[in-house]
Design a protein around this ligand. Structure first.
Ligand SMILES: Nc1ncnc2c1ncn2[C@@H]1O[C@H](COP(=O)(O)OP(=O)(O)OP(=O)(O)O)[C@@H](O)[C@H]1O
Length: 530
């Protein structure tokens, strides 16, 4: 590919993200001049366009160029009148599309230098966010619904997902507001709070299991700090909470807001260090200048006294200033037992939205979209085979898909159901055994194991001796039978939300507590043995 073709592809990718009017204003009339010695030179029509491209779009452009060329690139803009009309385009050394490379943190020395030249935002001068509809900025911000096609993603995704590579930060293009002064806050936190460029609303497949969480996330992105505040997203592992959190972050950054994404672990470490090195004032100042605070896995702050204390004050300050807070957790606030009541009640203030495991049709749609983004034509029956077992997470589903593709590539064999079966033999074998169980067998087995009567499991008692076995039954029915949530609910005289909550409770306990994991495995084994 020569410089012209690379620039053409870069423009096409940018066009998919930027409002058409803004795109036309700043990108029309640009052309590639050369690519030599790691420097990509672009001719721009005016000095105003040059300033805009350098100030607002440099990260997005660098990111795409890095991706296309396969190495770190410095981008230079030259105003048209400063260069001769015809400059020979040099052939690049870019690797062809589809060649593999790993994600890196940041974008390398050249891009970092270029980025550093951008005007930085002074926290003291950050202006309030403008109000406008995000719908006017993006062609389709509403997520990809079942059956629709996901946005094109780069071919690196497969390797990235398979190996869980570190996240690459991306500064998407900012919108144009002729009459509003907006500073992109991301430079204030350069190097941290990295957002995964793949976790966008466009790449998120909406189904029944995540409809509310998706709609609420989109709503807060369009109106940060004004509707659901805080937004509390919760659900089992690998179901898209972090994805939605980052999608909110991207929208915020695109709107020029100061966004900070942090895991609760990092938040905790920062507090510990701030206390240790007597830098609590700096810590507070940093957190309190944010427009959108995104905290992942908030459940881990529970029981950590000084972290909870500091988070409480940060929360109040931001909330009082109408700044948006979005947090994720593996369970609802009520179920985070050692959390201070005052924090729990604040989390319940805004909107609680759960994500559940996708049902079959939804799993099919996710797999189709992932396959498409990997540019692999996967036959329908193979997709259906991969989607068949009750995968408890989308992450597992992605892993299964990647495994099948890798298996076919390694063996240089066509993708078929029998190949998928071989590739997933070890992963799906447990599930094959399990689907032979019925809900009646599970109830009987659980009652036998815990030595209680089945009328208690189906009844209204709330004592621990009854509630826990009931939840284990819910978990095992969902995991080990083919019954739907509705059917399980009918069997136990409860609605599907209660069943889901029971499943989550046991799942979370199993994740964090080896003893519980062994206990549930023993219950299952005792059922399977009979
Ligand atoms: N609805 C969806 N559409 C497309 N991709 C999805 C969807 N849900 C999850 N994923 C993908 O599944 C993977 C796991 O999602 P994510 O990390 O957001 O899960 P999580 O709920 O935050 O899990 P954990 O609790 O383990 O952190 C990601 O690659 C994400 O892009």
């Amino acid at each position: 590919m020569n410089a012209k073709q690379i620039w053409q592809t870069t423009m096409e990718r940018l066009q998919a993200r930027v409002n058409p009017a803004i795109f036309t204003t700043w990108f029309q009339g640009t052309s590639a001049l050369s690519f030599q010695d790691g420097v990509f030179t672009v001719r721009v029509p005016t000095s105003v366009a040059k300033a805009q491209l350098e100030g607002r779009f440099i990260d997005a452009i660098s990111s795409i160029l890095d991706e296309l060329i396969g190495s770190s690139v410095e981008v230079r803009f030259i105003v048209a009148k400063e260069v001769p009309e015809q400059v020979e385009e040099l052939r690049t050394e870019a690797r062809p599309f589809g060649s593999k490379r790993s994600y890196r943190l940041g974008r390398g020395r050249h891009a970092a230098l270029a980025r550093d030249k951008r005007p930085t935002s002074n926290p003291a001068t950050i202006k309030p966010a403008p109000t406008y509809s995000m719908a006017s900025l993006f062609p389709s911000p509403g997520g990809t619904h079942l059956g629709e096609q996901a946005e094109e993603q780069n071919r690196q995704e497969m390797a990235d997902q398979a190996h869980n590579q570190p996240i690459q930060h991306e500064q998407p293009a900012a919108p144009d507001h002729a009459n509003t002064s907006v500073l992109s806050g991301s430079s204030a936190f350069a190097g941290e709070g990295l957002l995964n460029p793949r976790y966008t609303f466009n790449a998120f497949i909406v189904g029944k299991s995540n409809q509310l969480a998706h709609a609420a996330s989109l709503a807060v992105s369009e109106n940060p700090g004004r509707i659901y505040n805080p937004l509390f997203l919760y659900g089992g592992v690998g179901l898209g909470k972090t994805h939605l959190l980052h999608a909110v972050g991207h929208m915020g950054e695109t709107a020029g807001l100061t966004v900070l994404y942090v895991t609760s672990e990092k938040f905790t470490n920062e507090i510990i260090n701030a206390i240790r090195f007597q830098k609590t004032e700096e810590f507070r100042a940093k957190y309190r200048q944010i427009d959108i605070l995104l905290v992942d896995d908030i459940q881990f702050i529970a029981g950590k006294e000084s972290t909870e204390e500091e988070f409480f004050h940060t929360f109040n300050t931001l909330h009082n200033a109408n700044k948006q807070i979005v947090v994720t957790s593996d369970r609802p606030p009520k179920a985070i037992h050692s959390l201070q009541d005052r924090l729990r009640s604040r989390f319940e203030w805004g909107l609680l939205a759960d994500v559940q495991a996708p049902e079959y049709e939804h799993r099919l749609a996710i797999l189709r979209s992932k396959a498409e983004s990997l540019h692999f034509a996967i036959p329908g029956p193979v997709i259906e085979y991969i989607a068949r077992p009750q995968c408890s997470s989308v992450r597992e589903l992605e892993g299964a898909l990647n495994r099948v593709i890798a298996y076919a590539t390694l063996h240089d064999a066509p993708l078929s159901v029998s190949l998928a079966a071989q590739a997933l033999e070890h992963i799906y074998s447990d599930k094959k055994v399990s689907t032979s169980l019925t809900v009646a067998e599970v109830i009987e087995g659980v009652c036998r194991y815990y030595n209680i009567d089945s009328t208690r499991i189906r009844g209204k008692q709330r004592d621990r001796e009854t509630v826990w076995p009931r939840q284990v039954a819910m978990y095992l029915m969902r995991e080990e039978t083919t019954a739907s949530l509705l059917q399980i609910g009918t069997e136990l005289g409860r609605d599907h939300t209660t069943i889901m909550h029971g499943w989550e409770k046991v799942h979370a306990e199993m994740t964090h507590n080896e003893r519980v994991r062994q206990e549930v495995a023993a219950v299952l084994e005792s059922i399977q043995r009979r």
